[in-house]
Design a protein around this ligand. Sequence first.
Ligand code: TXA
Ligand code: MG
Length: 317
Amino acid sequence: MSVVPASEAAIATAGAAIRTGALVAFPTETVYGLGADATNGEAVARIFAAKGRPRFNPLIVHVAAIEDARTLARLSPLAERLASSFWPGPLTMVMPRKVTSGLSDLVTAGLDTVAIRMPAHPVARQLIAAAGRPLAAPSANRSGHVSPTLASHVAADLGERCAMILDAGPTRHGLESTVIGVDSDDVVLLRPGAITADDIAAVAGCDVRRALDANGKPVSPGQLASHYAPKAAVRLNVMRPRPGAGLIAFAGDVPPHDGPVINLSPEGNLVEAAAGLFAALRNLDAAGVSEIDVMPIPDVGLGEAINDRLRRAAAPR
Ligand code: TXA
Ligand code: MG
């Protein structure tokens, strides 16, 4: 395994490695991704093997330019409008896949749609350019575990499985991209994320539907109930933490507690809380607690995505 600072030379080497079918972990503005050439079936298969990811869970394809998105998928006028407002940035759009896309069928898990995003992080953009290929990239964690916001998180989960880990420090948003399904006049929220549903609705000029299955669960394939899970058990909406548990606090009124406490944002800022959430889960695991208690977090704006991740972290495994 090699964690290397994301210098220009390292990015060039990483791009060449991608072209040979290797896996490279790289920073995005959301979380670190585990990248492979999306047109190379063997390379994409390596991603599923490295993560232990079920093959029915499709991957996001990362592009550096809107023209590249248009060669892979059919963008409706609504999708074009959302792209011009939110790309580059943490929005993933699921759209009809073009038969001429050249993507490996594994990337889309056999679906006739493809999830595409244009990341804003300069290292991600330079890597896509250096590889000269669209990059299939899930979050660079073991399947079901907490997503990585630092290169060291990737090394701990997948170190031996990647040719290189490009290190550019902590990721800015700390939560994955928002995933939406877009057709000609409709937007469905498949995974809440770094861009809020309200932001998207304002640009789309229509409501963002919450797609739910018969059990009231989001329908994005592979959005398993248990996900983002630390080793410790997780309890939500806790006002009276159990002695010895780790406590994830939010805002000012923290109850007295005799175990480790991480306050995601003493000022009650949801952007700051999102950025620190996954590292807090990993750090409390590292502190050796067997339970993590989490104070209530308001379910507005970015809080929707934070609470989505917390519910999955707390779900029965
Ligand atoms: O911020 C992010 O999105 C990060 C960085 C690395 O870009 N990537 C990421 O990928 O979170 P991953 O694989 O952990 O999550 C991809 C999500 C999954 O919930 C998957 O089911 C959904 O996108 N997805 C991918 N293709 C889809 C499709 N064709 N239809 C519906 N959902 C899809
Ligand atoms: Mg993931």
